[in-house]
Design a protein around this ligand. Structure first.
Ligand code: DLL
Length: 436
């Protein structure tokens, strides 16, 4: 099923023509309503009339997170305050949070994007969907919630926390679909198993997982333990929230809601746009947003865009999984290390649970990487609570990590349940280095 047949299956020519028209409109809108953009465009000697087709996008300036911070809180807002009906904020680890205001039309478009996504997952009006993304300033909870209601399914605003109660609700209400971070899905599975609830007695069949990077191995694990089909959902608050892109039944990349968010991939060092198929930093331009439209926003997310005939019938450009962030890519002893690489190695070993933490430190002038990982309960119960097998596992994992990362890591295998659980986005890395 397709929610918006017209927009989701448009021919490429029609889509590009629509994007061109919308781009001209949004550039003209920010030129007249956001002093920050007017100044930037004037400095570059560009007027809205220079933007005639979507190909002209390369003439426009980039926008960065720093620009949002410098204009905190409302400096990039284009709509008058009287038109704003919701405000979200994204936390970030340093500096001011990013504030995003939405008009009524923005919320309607966002809800439709979510309804497109849920329909692609096979969710219908007959489903009961529990939303275990945090409700609050984070866009996950309310964003998904409005989408479920727009679709006409029943939304259960479970939010995060009180996981046992949530498991009971899943069981008692016959909840069929769930939206949460992939790490919380694993936490739910663990809790369910501890409570002695068999996945076969549940009606769960669809999961909408996103807000943090995850891998195919993790998908397999969640699917097996919760007995559902898990789909990827991607988004960011600056552009909208969840559902800038979504997987379809093919589960081969995520369709971008391209009539609203125009995607590009650029080289993060030279800032040159890259062709489809190359990996680089993802950049989005909002084509219809009223509250806080952004031109060429640099997401820092690294991924690949591609355009192929999708068997599901949708014609939109797709994006691959997020491979990491250009800013949380670790550079350890001069070598680029993505936490996702470590996760893949960990999950390729049957004894290891998908629970890990990377700790980077500096001893003298040398960077060190420690990888802490939990052993799976069933192995722990079979003698992995003693020194010898743990030592062997640490050695084996260390060797695998060295061959994949090209640097050595100290491995510490931990008992099940010892690493901290998160309710929202997981923290996989602690970088203790003080760089001078
Ligand atoms: O995480 C919005 C969201 C909520 C998406 C619920 C999906 C589901 P922010 O808090 O602004 O917004 O964080 C955005 O999270 O730039 C990515 O680095 C990361 N991210 C989001 N979805 C995925 C995903 C929400 N599916 C940042 N895979 C983005 C990998 C993701 N990373």
């Amino acid at each position: 099923m397709i929610w918006n047949q017209n927009k989701e299956t448009m021919s490429r020519e029609q889509m590009r023509a629509l994007q061109g028209k919308r781009l001209h409109k949004v550039v003209s809108y920010v030129y007249h309503n956001v002093p920050f953009y007017r100044n930037r465009l004037q400095q570059m000697d560009i007027t809205p009339d220079d933007i005639r087709s979507i190909d002209d996008i390369v003439k426009l300036p980039y926008t960065t997170k720093q620009d949002l911070r410098d204009n905190y809180p409302f400096g990039l807002q284009a709509a008058p305050q009287s038109e704003i009906i919701r405000i979200h904020a994204s936390s970030g680890t340093t500096g001011n949070p990013t504030i995003v205001g939405y008009t009524r039309k923005d919320i309607e478009i966002w809800s439709e994007c979510m309804a497109r996504c849920l329909t692609a997952y096979g969710v219908t009006r007959d489903d009961i969907m529990s939303i275990a993304y945090g409700y609050g300033l984070f866009t996950g909870g309310l964003g998904a919630h409005y989408g479920v209601e727009t679709l006409g399914a029943a939304a259960v605003p479970a939010s995060t926390g009180n996981t046992e109660k949530h498991v009971r609700l899943i069981n008692d209400l016959g909840i069929t679909a769930i939206a949460c971070t992939p790490s919380y899905a694993l936490h739910l599975a663990e809790t369910m198993e501890k409570m002695g609830i068999d996945k076969k007695s549940l009606k769960l069949r669809v999961g909408a997982f996103g807000a943090e990077p995850w891998t195919e191995n993790m998908r397999t694990e969640i699917q097996q333990r919760l007995g559902l089909k898990g789909y990827n959902i991607y988004g960011l608050s600056e552009i909208m929230g969840p559902c800038v892109s979504y997987e379809c039944s093919e589960q081969d990349g995520s369709h971008i809601n391209e009539d609203h968010f125009f995607p590009e991939v650029i080289d993060p060092d030279t800032l040159e746009p890259l062709p489809y198929g190359s990996t680089g930093e993802l950049v989005f331009t909002t084509l219809t947003k009223e509250g806080m439209p952004l031109l060429r926003y640099r997401t820092r997310d690294l991924c690949t865009l591609y355009q192929d005939q999708c068997a599901c019938g949708r014609t939109s450009v797709k994006m691959g999984r997020i491979l990491g962030r250009s800013d949380d890519m670790l550079i350890i002893r001069g070598i680029n290390v993505f936490p996702s690489q470590v996760e893949s190695v960990i999950l390729s070993m049957k004894e290891c649970a998908p629970r890990y933490l990377l700790i980077v430190e500096r001893e003298g002038n040398l960077d060190t990487l420690t990888v802490q990982v939990e052993v799976r309960q069933e192995y722990f119960a079979q003698g992995f609570d003693t020194f010898e097998p743990i030592f062997k596992l640490e050695k084996e994992l260390g060797a695998k990590l060295r061959s994949v990362l090209s640097i050595s890591a100290k491995v510490q295998v931990k008992a099940p349940g010892t690493l901290e659980r998160s309710q929202g986005k997981s923290k996989f890395v602690i970088d203790k280095r003080v760089l001078k």
